[in-house]
Design a protein around this ligand. Structure first.
Ligand code: 4SX
Ligand code: FE2
Ligand code: CA
Length: 335
C-alpha cells in the first residue's frame, strides 16, 4: 500500500450547516433564545455567529424537507491545505467534491467536501469572509449570549476507527472513556488548544450527536435554562445543567425545534502543551459524564441527527458494537 499523503493542517472546528424544516421556528430557537447573531440572510437560509467570532459564520441553518446535518466544516491553516485535503481524502478512497468560491456556502472560499471514512459529510476550507468585531457590543447580547462554536460531537458505531482517523489527521486526544480492558467507549480530540474540536459518542452512525457552543461564564448556562422555563418551552431542555467529569465543563443540552441537539458549554481547559497527556476515565466511574453523578437520560445516548451524503441524500446508518448506555452504572440511570 502506498503511504498516505501529508494531511491538511486543520486549525479548528469552524461551522456546521443544519437542515431545518421550519426556518422561522429555528430562528426563534437559535437567534432569539440562544443569542446567535444573524450575519447574512437568504430566502431559505440563515448565517449565524457568536459574539467572539471574527469569521462570517459558525452555523448555517438551511430550510429543507427533512431535519439533517448537511456538513460539518474545519478551517485549514493555509490555501495550499485545501489541495492537501483533496489529495488526502482521494488517497483514502473517499467521495470528494471540490467547491470553488461562489458555488458553496456563502462567505466561504475554495473548499473541499468529502464523505469521510466514518461516513460523515465534512468540508475543509481556508478562506472565509471576515466579520465585524462584536466582542464588546454588550448592547447586542441576548439569550444565552453564545460566544463561539466549540465542538462537534458525532455518533459512530466504531470508536477505535474514529480515533484512528482523526489521529492520522493530526488531532490530539484530551480524554477518553474506557472499559476495564481499555475498550474505547468515547474520545475527545482537538486541534485548537481546548479539550476538543470533535468527540465521538458510541451509537448507530454516522449521525450528528450535538454541536457544542461556548459561553464565557456558567451563569449564562443557568440563565438559558431559566429562559426556556419562563416561556414555557422547558421541553427543549434535555440534560443538565451540570458539571461534566470529562472536560470539567459546565453544560446544558437542548433540542431545537427539529430535534437537533446543542450543548451550551463553558470553562474547559488548555491542552496546547506538546506533551499534553490523555486523561482516561473508566466507564464505571459515575462522575465521568456528570461530575455530581446525576443520571444521563436515555434519549441523550439514543437520539441523534441523520447526516447527508454529497448527493444530498441521507447516509445509511450502521448499528453500534459497544453500547455505553448498556453498561450497568449509576450515572447512566440505565442498564
Ligand atoms: O458527558 S461527558 O461528561 O462525557 C461530556 C460530554 C464531556 C464534554 C462534552 O462536550 C460532552 O458533550
Ligand atoms: Fe459536547
Ligand atoms: Ca426535559
Amino acid at each position: 500500500m502506498t503511504p498516505l499523503p501529508r494531511p491538511p493542517d486543520v486549525v479548528r472546528s469552524a461551522y456546521a450547516q443544519l437542515v431545518v424544516t421550519d426556518l422561522p421556528k429555528a430562528r426563534w430557537f437559535w437567534v432569539d433564545m440562544l443569542g446567535f447573531h444573524v450575519q447574512y440572510e437568504a430566502a431559505d437560509s440563515l448565517y449565524l455567529r457568536g459574539t467572539d467570532e471574527l469569521t462570517h459564520h459558525s452555523l448555517v441553518l438551511r430550510q429543507g424537507g427533512i431535519a439533517a446535518l448537511d456538513h460539518i466544516s474545519y478551517r485549514l491553516r493555509a490555501p495550499e491545505d485545501v489541495d492537501r485535503a483533496e489529495d488526502y481524502f482521494r488517497a483514502l478512497g473517499c467521495p470528494v467534491l471540490r467547491v470553488p468560491r461562489g458555488e458553496g456556502t456563502h462567505g466561504v472560499g475554495d473548499a473541499v467536501r468529502v464523505v469521510d471514512p466514518l461516513g460523515f459529510p465534512v468540508e475543509f476550507f481556508h478562506e472565509i469572509d471576515r466579520a465585524e468585531r462584536l466582542i464588546q457590543r454588550y448592547d447586542l447580547r441576548r439569550g444565552a449570549e453564545i460566544a463561539r462554536l466549540d465542538h462537534f460531537n458525532i455518533c459512530t458505531p466504531d470508536i477505535p476507527a474514529a480515533y484512528a482517523h482523526y489521529k492520522a489527521l493530526g488531532f490530539g486526544c484530551s480524554e477518553t472513556i474506557e472499559g476495564d480492558e481499555h475498550e474505547l467507549y468515547a474520545a475527545w480530540m482537538y486541534r485548537k488548544q481546548t479539550v476538543h474540536d470533535v468527540a465521538f459518542t458510541g451509537g448507530a452512525g454516522p449521525r450528528l450527536h450535538h454541536l457544542g457552543v461556548a459561553t464565557h461564564e456558567s451563569h449564562q448556562v443557568l440563565r438559558t435554562a431559566d429562559l426556556f422555563g419562563s416561556v414555557r418551552k422547558e421541553h427543549h431542555i434535555e440534560r443538565g445543567p451540570g458539571r461534566h467529569g470529562v472536560s470539567n465543563a459546565f453544560y446544558l443540552y437542548l433540542r431545537d425545534p427539529d430535534g437537533h441537539r446543542v450543548e451550551i458549554y463553558t470553562s474547559d481547559y488548555y491542552t496546547g502543551d506538546p506533551d499534553h497527556e490523555t486523561y482516561r476515565w473508566n466507564v464505571h466511574d459515575d462522575r465521568r459524564r456528570d461530575f455530581w453523578g446525576n443520571a444521563v437520560i436515555e434519549s441523550w445516548y439514543k437520539e441523534a441527527t441523520p447526516v447527508l451524503g454529497l448527493d444530498g441524500n441521507s447516509q445509511p446508518v450502521t448499528d453500534t458494537i459497544l453500547d455505553e448506555s448498556a453498561v450497568q452504572v449509576g450515572a447512566d440511570g440505565l442498564g
